[in-house]
Write a protein that binds this ligand. Structure first.
Ligand SMILES: *Cc1c(COP(=O)(O)O)cnc(C)c1O
Length: 354
């Protein structure tokens, strides 16, 4: 039986994407070849790459606005250093909203001065800092839209004249935003788009080329852009699967349609966390993530019973990250309302039983 997969990443993908991707492993486009064995220079694959790149721009509403799309390797973690390598000449500002921001800051410090403009580390990152000052003249300002581990999400992005860079690994394509406020967006595929192995980078081309240092080719955005995201062998299968997910999303009605579903799912789980006296939420109410709901039992003695109950109900991946503890329900785009309802039912059953 297919499980209700609440895993934070790698994680759930749409069932029809699994079906189509597995078929392509056996025979891609009736070519008599597997997607895993075709040349990345073949027309079939070049078409996949081009469709993935243009679907990403289309869904984000960024067509014709000077943006380029890349599917790179090395995960979002490589973007922590690649952004700084390509864009940090003197000083950059960072908003520290969780472990991933913290890691981005650590990498950027290798390349220049990093100003941590705000941080919620003092409260184990259970809220999003607000009302901080942003100096003029930064090379860029970096933020993390959704804090996967802590279950917080930025609702209002900082305004600045400097290029805004955002790590959207865990909420890309999940909600409507004015994406043109960002000069660079990056997202590891494995949270809301495809399997691990590729990272989406959407970049406004005019922010590049102002840096004095030499950049190794593999880490140079301009090199990847000039080669149409095919400078070296791209991760063929993750790009193909991501393209299928983007097609699925477009067919569904795009980001507006999925946002509506995501709001409903989040409402269902958060109202249970609020109303059920056995549970308490981790994140500050106004900053709660639509993608990752973090919560814990008020009485830890119920842990064994609760764990057995959700496991019995076919639920997977509910344990919280070790730095927060408790539980985390990750509800990415492909998660159905039925799966969230299954979890909420178990939480209600526990209350009736306890
Ligand atoms: C998972 C995650 C990362 C790390 O991604 P990798 O692809 O494993 O390097 C970075 N940022 C955020 C917000 C994440 O959720």
């Amino acid at each position: 039986m297919k499980k209700h997969n609440f895993s934070a990443g790698p994680c759930i993908l749409p069932q029809e994407v699994f079906n189509e991707a597995s078929q392509a492993v056996l025979d891609f486009n009736n070519s008599g070849l597997s997607i895993l064995e075709i040349s990345h220079r073949s027309k079939d694959f070049v078409d996949v790459m081009e469709e993935a790149r243009s679907l990403a721009l289309e869904l984000l509403g960024l067509e014709g606005k000077g943006y380029k799309v890349l599917f790179l390797q090395g995960g979002a973690s490589t973007q922590f250093l690649m952004t700084a390598y390509n864009l940090l000449q003197k000083k950059a500002g960072y908003i520290n909203t969780g472990s991933w921001s913290d890691k981005a800051i650590k990498e950027a410090k290798i390349f220049g001065e990093v100003i941590e403009l705000a941080s919620s580390k003092d409260a184990n990152y259970n809220y999003i800092p607000k009302g901080y000052e942003i100096p003029e003249g930064l090379d860029y300002l970096h933020c993390t839209s959704n804090n996967t581990i802590f279950g917080t999400q930025i609702k209002e992005f900082p305004t600045t004249n400097s290029p805004l860079i955002c790590d959207m690994s865990s909420d890309i394509f999940s909600r409507q935003l004015d994406f043109s406020q960002f000069s660079l967006i990056y997202a590891g595929a494995q949270k809301n788009m495809g399997p691990a192995g590729t990272t989406l980078v959407v970049i406004k081309e005019d922010i590049l080329g102002n840096i004095e240092r030499q950049i190794p080719s593999m880490l140079d955005y301009k090199v990847h852009i000039s080669k149409g995201s095919m400078f070296n062998t791209p991760p063929v299968f993750p790009v193909y699967t991501s393209m299928l997910t983007l097609r699925w999303l477009k067919k569904l009605g795009g980001i507006a349609a999925i946002e509506e579903q995501n709001e409903k799912k989040a409402k269902l789980i958060y109202s249970e966390i609020e109303l059920n006296p056995l549970f308490k939420g981790f994140a500050a109410t106004e900053d709660r993530s639509m993608m990752n709901a973090t919560f814990s039992l008020v009485d830890e003695d119920l842990k064994e019973t609760f764990d057995a109950m959700w496991s019995e109900a076919g639920i997977n991946g509910l344990n919280g990250h070790r730095s927060v503890g408790g539980y985390r329900a990750s509800m990415y785009n492909a998660m159905t309302m039925e799966s969230v309802a299954a979890l909420v039912d178990v939480m209600g059953d526990l209350e009736r039983k306890a």
